[in-house]
Design a protein around this ligand. Structure first.
Ligand code: PLP
Length: 392
């Protein structure tokens, strides 16, 4: 009855963990959820007010498929202000979350047999979306010993005549690491050489960065890639607006037009009210965003120090996001478990802490922990994991 396509599709494992934790909670267990991929802060008040104003003004009808003129202008101004990148309205598409932006992109550029090079550990949805479009994900993985960062040589070796695009994400979900400017430049030089390859830079965690260097993506450092790079971003994480579902893509007009065609036959425009809220967010300053960033940074320092005191775990200092991606191979062995999936189940069942196994991100032997929760929860979670696994 079901299509081959959908039978091959795996459900999002991050949502599966959240679901399992919710079930245990419903059964009366005290579960600390460190699995979810969203900020724990409320959407800032002035953004909510922007949505309320839109409702009161009657902005409740279909908008242009690719987004309202107001929101597209706000996106263009943001890309100029923060990224020194220039775009015209026909180079911008607003979608129902960053997820739909990537979905549209895959549908627009991937033919059967095309390869998409994904720098891993990767965001769970990239390979599934490539496969749904009939393409072949080619994952290039970097482990903890190379700071979770793929080298220029590795990227070069992965590109073939069949490569359609390269997807990269920095700061990274799940690792919390960011490529340095020099590392991005080196990747950019490889991409410059392979002229048939498109580039998608996923900048979803742009403001949650605390390296000495300011944020940069590969296009900002290699402007020569402008005609074949898609900048993918959104308001979900930056403004704590995950439920509003607004993401956007900016890039070559021909590709944006094709992505818009896909969207016109699926969802049409994202919700008019969410678009008004997103415009309010982007038109405003970054004060609230920086407050969140500072809170995440403080929590990162605490969580990573605690993780490294626990037997069999190793976590790198983080550069940004609200994730840590500890190595847990030794703990797995010590416990006599088979893999990271069993390890995550063990933490959930025995310590009441929900995390996501690394294999969901193409990196077995690790787990992803989100510190987008209260300090109290984090302290309790670290205590429980430490009690379960023992301390160094
Ligand atoms: N890209 C990355 C790296 C993400 O982590 C996420 C969300 O988890 C997205 C894109 C999509 O965000 P959304 O669809 O919620 O806007």
């Amino acid at each position: 009855m079901l299509s081959d396509r959908v039978r091959k599709l795996k459900p999002s494992p991050t949502l599966a963990v959240t679901q399992r934790a919710a079930e245990l909670r419903a059964a009366g267990k005290d579960i600390i959820g460190l699995g979810a991929g969203e900020p724990d802060f409320d959407t800032p008040e002035h953004i909510k007010q922007g949505a309320i104003d839109a409702i009161n003004k009657g902005e409740t009808k279909y908008t242009a498929v690719d987004g309202t003129a107001r929101l597209k202008d706000a996106i263009i101004a943001k890309l100029k202000r923060d990224n020194q990148l220039e775009y015209k309205p026909e180079q911008v598409l607003v979608s129902c979350g960053g997820k739909q932006s990537f979905f549209n992109l895959c549908q627009a550029i991937v033919d059967p047999g095309d390869e998409i090079v994904i720098l891993g550990p990767y965001w769970v949805s990239y390979p599934a979306m490539v496969e749904l479009a009939g393409g072949q994900p080619v994952v290039v993985n970097a482990g903890i010993d190379q700071d979770f960062k793929v080298s220029a040589e590795q990227l070069d070796a992965a590109i073939t005549p069949k490569t359609k695009a390269v997807f990269l994400n920095s700061p990274s979900n799940p690792t919390g690491k960011a490529y340095s400017h020099a590392e991005l430049k080196a990747l950019g030089e490889v991409l410059k050489k392979h002229e048939h390859v498109l580039v998608a830079t996923d900048d979803m965690y742009e403001p949650f960065l605390w390296t000495d260097e300011p944020f940069a993506n590969v296009l900002m450092l290699c402007p020569a890639l402008y005609d074949r790079t898609l900048v993918m971003n959104g308001v979900s994480k930056a403004y704590s607006m995950t439920g509003w579902r607004i993401g956007y893509a900016a890039g070559p007009a021909e590709i944006i037009k094709a992505m818009k065609k896909v969207q016109s036959q699926s969802t049409s425009n994202p919700a008019s009210i969410s678009q008004a809220a997103a415009a309010t967010a982007l038109e405003g300053d970054l004060a609230e965003v920086h407050k969140m960033r500072d809170a995440f940074r403080e929590r990162a320092d605490f969580v990573i120090a605690e993780l490294n005191k626990i037997k069999g775990l190793r976590a790198l200092p983080s550069d940004g996001t609200f994730y840590s991606f500890p190595h847990c191979e030794e703990a797995i062995k010590e416990l006599g478990l088979a893999d990271d999936v069993q390890f995550a189940e063990h933490l959930l069942n025995e310590a009441g802490v929900a995390v996501v196994p690394g294999s969901a991100f193409g990196a077995p032997g690790y787990f992803r922990l989100s510190y987008a929760t209260s300090q109290e929860n984090l302290e309790k979670a670290m205590q429980r994991i430490g009690d379960l696994l023992g301390r160094e």
